[in-house]
Design a protein. Structure first.
Ligand SMILES: [Zn+2]
Length: 212
């Protein structure tokens, strides 16, 4: 895998409730926000999981990366949950991809806007050959796939909600509404073997190797 040029965190996500902070499972205590990132390979700029409404997300993109919506070539959604594609319509010129295992279900769900159902495409094994690979990490949803790439600092995995935050990684635990908790635990193990740096679904990035 060839090294990419740079990557940036756009939004640092959070959860409505975090059991590792002693918060109750029964009710949320804050608004949910997904973690979003941008991967600049040198050939293409990829936004992963656009997490805010288009107007707010455009400002965040510029603040955190210097890029404008027109600079983005691809958008990738790690799975079919709405907080991971909230800002996708900002990227009119880009190609829109979703994890292949979730994409068909997404396209058939009439709750999703027609434009999105039409334009969303299932990602293959590589988003960019030799640079950005998809990695199947089922459990949170049946078809979730993260993105793996060689950053300037080492191997990085954008895991989506397979790994919610650093605490969930350390405890090898999924979230309370995972479709299959045991399968997700295996996916977390797989993620731990693959990358030294993890961009989780709802927290800041962290060094996974230090905890092995
Ligand atoms: Zn999710």
């Amino acid at each position: 895998m060839k090294k990419i040029k740079r990557w940036e965190i756009l939004t640092i996500g959070c959860l409505t409730r975090n059991k590792f902070w002693g918060e109750p499972k029964e009710e949320g205590v804050r608004e949910c926000l997904a973690t979003s990132s941008v991967i600049c390979t040198g050939e293409a700029n990829i936004v992963v999981d656009p997490s805010m409404d288009p107007e707010s997300f455009g400002q965040v993109l510029f603040n955190r990366s210097g890029l404008r919506p027109g600079d983005i070539d691809l958008v990738y959604c790690t799975h079919l949950h709405g907080d991971h594609f909230a800002g996708i319509e900002l990227f009119e010129k880009a190609d829109w991809y979703m994890a292949s295992g979730d994409c068909e279900v997404f396209k058939q769900d009439e709750d999703n806007r027609e434009l999105l159902r039409k334009r969303m495409k299932p990602a293959g094994d590589f988003l960019i050959p030799d640079r950005v690979h998809t990695v199947f990490l089922p459990g949170h949803t049946p078809g979730l796939s993260g993105l793996l790439f060689q950053g300037p600092e080492g191997r990085v995995l954008a895991s989506g909600d397979c790994i919610m935050t650093k605490d969930f990684f350390l405890n090898r635990e999924g979230y309370y509404f995972d479709k299959d908790g045991e399968e997700n635990r295996r996916s977390i193990e797989k993620a731990a073997q693959l990358a030294g740096i993890i961009i989780p679904g709802h927290g800041n990035y962290f060094i996974s190797g230090a905890y092995r």
